[in-house]
Design a protein around this ligand. Structure first.
Ligand SMILES: O=C(O)CCC(=O)C(=O)O
Length: 194
């Protein structure tokens, strides 16, 4: 009874944002962590600034400095099962997933408010090792009131997807984490037709 009284209602998310708890199993999480161990993650650079978080990008990555897409190494085959699982959830062909970013958030790191890069259409994020406080607020400054900010507890092993209004008209960020977290982010391109 007490638990029911104090349970927080699920926040109302912007159109185009979907959340799927327990998207991967704990065994799949371990398998992914094993693959990540072999990846050469480097501190994220943004112009002269070096962020605390470490990343490695595969496929068509977005260069912030040059403001264009750059073709990188192909997505390693070890992650195929996850690409397929996400494509199935999105009801798309797996070939449309053209970008894969592994991000390691050391303790005390964040990703600040931003909108995702313009050429991308759908973003899919899987969280490993720990939960994270994921925040969304309108991109339009006049609408950025305190009450307009949405906080969602994005759980370990969950998936979120963002497209349309949620991607283009909202910004997102994460709160400071107190445990190491990995985020696996997959992206499709806009205008991917023939
Ligand atoms: O940690 C996350 O899930 C957010 C990732 C993100 O926003 C990004 O890579 O641009």
């Amino acid at each position: 009874m007490l638990q029911t009284l104090f349970e927080m209602p699920s926040p109302v998310m912007p159109e185009g944002f979907n959340y799927y708890p327990s998207f991967i199993s704990q065994d799949e999480e371990q398998q992914l962590l094993g693959c990540i161990e072999k990846s050469d993650l480097r501190n994220m650079r943004f112009h002269q600034y070096e962020a605390k978080r470490k990343v490695i990008s595969y496929g068509k990555g977005w260069s912030f400095t040059e403001q264009q897409l750059k073709q990188g190494d192909p997505i390693p085959a070890a992650f195929d099962f996850l690409v397929e699982k996400i494509a199935t959830k999105l009801s798309i062909d797996k070939q449309l997933i053209v970008q894969f970013l592994i991000t390691q958030y050391p303790v005390g790191s964040v990703i600040n408010w931003h909108r995702d890069a313009p050429p991308f259409d759908t973003i899919a994020g899987v969280s490993l090792l720990t939960d994270c406080k994921f925040k969304l607020r309108p991109h339009d400054k006049e609408k950025q009131t305190r009450s307009a900010t949405i906080n969602l507890n994005v759980e370990r092993c969950s998936l979120y997807t963002m497209q349309g209004i949620a991607k283009n008209e909202w910004q997102h960020s994460t709160a400071l984490n107190d445990k190491i977290r990995y985020s696996l982010t997959f992206r499709t391109l806009k205008n991917h037709g023939p």
